[in-house]
Design a protein around this ligand. Structure first.
Ligand SMILES: Nc1ncnc2c1ncn2[C@@H]1O[C@H](COP(=O)(O)OP(=O)(O)OP(=O)(O)O)[C@@H](O)[C@H]1O
Length: 180
């Protein structure tokens, strides 16, 4: 079994990696979706919920949920047995994944704050801020989880500063390497 973790600050372009992976029949577990699901259940803010969950169940809460999900899926998954974990934010999580999966590979996506802010403004998902201040606050929350260390210790980094076509080619190049 091969597991690829994806990290990167908000708006860096992680979701396109997942989208292309899904097209290649790779199963994607989105850690952000786990938080969004829980926030909805609690009728609370997504950012708040991510902090609360860690307070209530510890640093490893999302990693544990993710590992459980992968183990369950791998029992039923077909031939490929490759999984993507999108949205890793702390080194605690990375450590746990490296321990749980022998074949774990960490990919990060980087784009400058200015680029990410502009992309998020046009994306306009309900937890996206259109104000620069809100954007910085969200960045800071993720940096406080330790995402900077995660990106710095990645096995591979894709720089997503150019157009979508270029980025797609980079992602496909990455998958060609990893799948062979
Ligand atoms: N190279 C690119 N050129 C133009 N737009 C891009 C590029 N890369 C990503 N985008 C767009 O930028 C927005 C943010 O990207 P995406 O949703 O993949 O970020 P993310 O890393 O998944 O963010 P989050 O952590 O907030 O979910 C999306 O609307 C996406 O389509």
């Amino acid at each position: 079994m091969k597991v690829v973790g994806i990290s990167g600050l908000p708006g860096s372009g992680k979701s396109l990696v997942s989208k292309i992976a899904k097209e290649k029949n790779i199963i994607v577990i989105n850690m952000g979706d786990l938080v969004r699901k829980e926030a909805k259940k609690r009728n609370a803010d997504v950012g708040e919920t991510s902090i609360k969950l860690r307070e209530e169940f510890g640093e490893y809460v999302l990693a544990k949920l993710t590992i459980e999900k992968i183990k369950k899926e791998s029992e039923t998954a077909n031939s490929k047995n490759i999984f993507i974990i999108e949205g890793i934010r702390s080194q605690h999580e990375v450590r746990m994944f490296r321990k749980s999966f022998k074949n774990f590979f960490l990919l990060s996506v980087f784009a400058s704050p200015k680029t990410r802010f502009n992309r998020l403004k046009s994306r306009n998902r309900n937890d996206d801020s259109v104000e620069y201040e809100g954007f910085l606050k969200r960045d800071q929350r993720e940096l406080d989880f330790g995402i900077g260390n995660v990106v710095a210790t990645s096995d591979c980094i894709i720089i997503n500063e150019s157009d979508l076509e270029t980025y797609k080619n980079q992602i496909n190049g990455f998958f060609n390497k990893i799948l062979n």
